[in-house]
Design a protein around this ligand. Sequence first.
Ligand code: AMP
Length: 122
Amino acid sequence: MNYDSNNIFARILRGEIPCNKAYEDEYALAFHDIAPQAPVHLLVIPKGEYLSFDDFSSKAPAEAIAGFYRAAQRVAELSGLQEGGYRILANTGADAHQEVMHYHLHIFAGCDLGPMVKKGLV
Ligand code: AMP
């Protein structure tokens, strides 16, 4: 699959679509999910054109990878999530129901987040 530069997160990065921004630096942009699934539900996206965790982790330069994960940590810190804890999730591909094909981390927090995945899968 090729990267589609008109995906919704690419358009947010270009400022064509607004977002509720939580953090930005040279490596990453973080904003609140439009359909939150927890009291805190943030998305962190790299600024480069990468489809998924798989694509980003295998192809991005080391500096971009380090910068991105440091930015994600800053998002959690600046959002005050360290004390209560939080969950990071990266849907990757069809079985995980990845909908937006620009790599992103979900950060969930603000309540007891329950089991890691839906029960009954095995
Ligand atoms: P995923 O299923 O991992 O690809 O998650 C995509 C996420 O993007 C979903 O949680 C959506 O609610 C969220 N989303 C889609 N469009 C927007 C938008 N314009 N602003 C913020 N979040 C969005």
